[in-house]
Design a protein. Structure first.
Ligand code: ACO
Ligand code: LMR
Length: 264
């Protein structure tokens, strides 16, 4: 009989062997003809299914809102300094991307994990926040360097508004709002940040869309797909900052002595 040679790679998301490449089984011509957008392509390649329009629009709004946040944040700063050192586009981009992590932009997955666990276990906001404090873990998705209770993050408000108008259920988001009410009673900078908003709203998207089984949701949260949204989005801004510096022919950056506390 036929002997099937073992393969070295298994791949399930795309196929380029036919006349035209397919994303999740959907040919590219169909993607273009149907007028699909980047949210649909993310659905096919990351989640391996076509999601309803309100979900793909939500994904696109996350990308639009997280594309950039000015030159002063960690990622943009790194890209700017790298561009001014004369490096190529990819070096500038990855130098910025490498700052994305638990403090900056990369708290989306952990926010989803911790808020889901707390909500599913029926913890009150007080019990959740105080148990995190006891463990010495900052609540992912809470806190911001410049946003405050009286100067909220517009991106969070826009995402919440969209979800309230379009999602069948926003139970995780409502829980996050209650947690924020409690953390704001402790300190004015402990707002629900954009990572926390995306993390908890994506839980609502996954649970409320009826497109995912419970084990699939657990797997998405466990593997950690959601930081990918911030990484993807912020790449747009980091590339923009790189072009900006090169266009402006900015010289090699050197940090001023006056801004360093030299001490023993
Ligand atoms: N949970 C509990 N307490 C907190 C939190 C939090 N998430 N954030 C700040 N605090 C409290 C702590 O008491 C902290 O004291 P500590 O240093 O003894 O732990 C104190 O506030 C320090 O407050 P700030 O100086 O204002 O916070 P800082 O500017 O150092 O940090 C940051 C801001 C990194 C965003 C922080 O709030 C944090 O770690 N949040 C969790 C991670 C997160 O969600 N990051 C994403 C931010 S949004 C974005 O990057 C796009
Ligand atoms: C961002 O999106 O980069 C910001 O929320 C971080 C910041 O400190 O402004």
């Amino acid at each position: 009989g036929k002997v099937r040679a073992p393969t070295h790679i298994i791949s399930t998301i795309s196929d380029d062997r036919g006349e035209e490449p397919c994303y999740g089984g959907v040919p590219m011509s169909s993607i273009v003809e149907q007028g699909l957008g980047v949210g649909d392509v993310i659905s096919l390649l990351w989640f391996k299914r076509s999601l309803p329009r309100y979900c793909t629009r939500f994904i696109e709004i996350c990308v639009l809102l997280c594309a950039d946040h000015g030159p002063c944040v960690s990622g943009a700063h790194n890209s700017i300094v790298t561009a001014r050192a004369g490096k190529d586009l990819v070096s500038c981009l990855v130098s910025g991307l490498l700052t994305i992590g638990p403090r900056f932009g990369g708290a989306v997955d952990d926010a989803a994990r911790y808020f889901k666990d707390a909500y599913d276990r029926g913890l009150t906001p007080y019990e959740f926040v105080e148990s995190m404090k006891k463990k010495g873990i900052r609540v992912p998705g809470i806190g911001h360097r410049i946003k405050r209770g009286d100067n909220r993050d517009k991106r969070v408000e826009l995402l919440q508004l969209y979800a309230r108008d379009n999602f069948p259920s926003v139970k995780y988001m409502e829980y996050a709002v209650q947690v924020e009410t409690y953390t704001l009673s402790k300190a004015n900078n402990l707002v629900l940040n954009v990572d926390g908003a995306i993390g908890t709203l994506f839980l609502d998207l996954l649970a409320g869309s009826g497109m995912f089984t419970k084990p699939e949701i657990d797997e998405i949260v466990e593997i950690g797909y959601l930081n990918g949204l911030f990484v993807l989005a912020r790449s747009i801004g980091l590339i923009g900052h790189t072009f900006d510096q090169k266009r402006l022919k900015q010289p090699l950056y050197r940090h001023p002595w006056e801004d360093v506390l030299y001490t023993k």
